[in-house]
Design a binder for this molecule. Structure first.
Ligand code: NAD
Ligand code: IPM
Ligand code: MN
Length: 367
């Protein structure tokens, strides 16, 4: 039997709650295939600050270096918000992890099952068949990482803060390639989202993407849209998009919007892939829900585990090549919501159940 070796980093807030049950689903789904799960759990984020004095301890990094993929929960929360900004979990753990493993390509499926359309804030008659789009977000560049990034006191006593948005041609081309590959597996349409009417980085982005597709992927239908319009179009008619392709911060914002029009942020999984390959010659990746630690519901046992479960399924697909098992997990999730079994975030007036019960219902539908 084959062994799947991965790191489990539950993190903070609802992270450990949804991670625990996602591992149960993963175990139930892989057992009939005689796959062994060999995972090492490590502290990351706020819990790592509490236990080890830093958000991304060397011990956690070394666990990550020895595996084929990382299954990540989420980090951050009120408890650590008063620390110096650079020491907070998001900036001291998650961003460095993405950078460490060059995870420049963030894939966020915007999938709303027809059976869950009643949970979307969009009018159901506009999206009778649900939503099926995907966001390809650049993840290791742009304003998140550009230098200088600092705060200083000016001569007149007030403060000034600077973030720098920066992109190189090579960074734009490699994520354009990921968007193209995603498009070949779908409707062969890519909409590149930028702010080229204002930002230099966006002018370069648009030019580079145009040239790259013309030269390498003429059969893909490429269009461009300004980000403010894209935010509006997503709410107006989401299925006009096939592959929504954009830079780091725009992708962060638009993917939360995609999450909610697809029922709830608690449904949205993601894969962050880079240049590295694992023992199987597959992409080394970090798999995490698009949402955060949900402090407003943490500790109550009511978080939606679907985003974490579907992220684990993405890990099976991309880093281990077990597409059939990933599909089975996706179908079990779909069947569960179809049967009207819902956590609070997608229940809307209907009765709802907790995290564990939701996972149990999904496991029952794996067969
Ligand atoms: P959030 O995504 O944690 O929560 C936003 C809203 O969505 C909340 O009402 C929350 O209850 C709901 N929600 C999110 N996931 C859910 C789930 N699985 N089930 C049910 N409801 C869910 O965003 P926030 O409140 O802005 O941030 C809280 C903390 O999480 C912050 O510290 C933030 O920096 C951090 N964060 C971390 C990650 C990550 O680690 N990948 C991502 C986003 C935010
Ligand atoms: C996400 C999160 C992160 C991001 C934060 C927590 C650093 O919001 O994964 O979407 O902005 O990338
Ligand atoms: Mn985000």
């Amino acid at each position: 039997s084959e062994t799947l070796k991965f790191a489990v980093l539950p993190g903070d807030g609802i992270g450990p709650e949804v991670m625990e049950v996602a591992l149960e689903v993963l175990s139930a789904a892989t057992k009939p295939e005689a796959l062994d799960l060999d995972f090492a759990t490590a502290d990351v984020g706020g819990i790592a600050i509490d236990n080890h004095g830093e958000a991304l301890p060397e011990s956690t990094l070394s666990v990550c270096r020895g595996v084929d993929a990382i299954l990540f929960g989420s980090v951050g929360g009120p408890k650590w918000e008063n620390l110096p900004p650079k020491e907070q979990p998001e900036r001291a753990a998650l961003l460095p992890l993405r950078k460490e493993f060059s995870l420049f390509a963030n894939i966020r499926p915007g999938l709303l099952f027809p059976e869950l359309v009643d949970a979307s804030p969009l009018k159901t008659n506009r999206i009778p068949d649900g939503i099926d789009i995907v966001c390809i977000r650049e993840l290791t560049g742009g304003i998140y990482f550009g230098q200088p990034k600092s705060t200083r006191t000016l001569d007149d006593g007030q403060k000034e803060a600077i973030d720098t948005m920066v992109y190189k041609t090579s960074e734009i081309e490699r994520i354009a390639e990921v968007a193209a590959i995603a498009a070949y597996g779908r409707g062969k349409r890519v909409c590149s989202v930028d702010k080229a009417n204002v930002l230099e980085t966006s002018v370069l982005w648009r030019q580079t993407v145009t040239d790259y597709f013309k030269k390498n992927h003429p059969e893909i239908e490429l269009s461009h849209m300004y980000v403010d319009n894209a935010a509006m179009q997503l709410a107006r008619d989401p299925n006009q998009f096939d592959v929504l392709f954009t830079e780091n911060m725009f992708g962060d914002i638009l993917s939360d919007e995609m999450g909610v029009i697809c029922g709830s942020l608690g449904m949205m999984s993601s894969a962050s892939l880079g240049t590295g390959q694992n023992r199987f010659g597959k992409p080394f990746g970090l798999y995490e829900p698009a949402g955060g630690t949900a402090p407003d519901i943490a500790g109550k046992g009511i978080a939606n585990p679907c985003a974490q479960i579907l992220s684990a399924a993405m890990m099976l697909r991309y880093s281990f090549g077990y597409d059939a098992i990933a599909d089975r997990i996706g179908n079990a999730v779909k069947k569960t919501v179809q049967d009207g079994i819902r956590t609070g975030d997608i229940a809307f007036g209907k009765s709802s159940i907790g995290t564990r019960e939701m996972a149990k219902a999904i496991i029952e539908r794996l067969k």
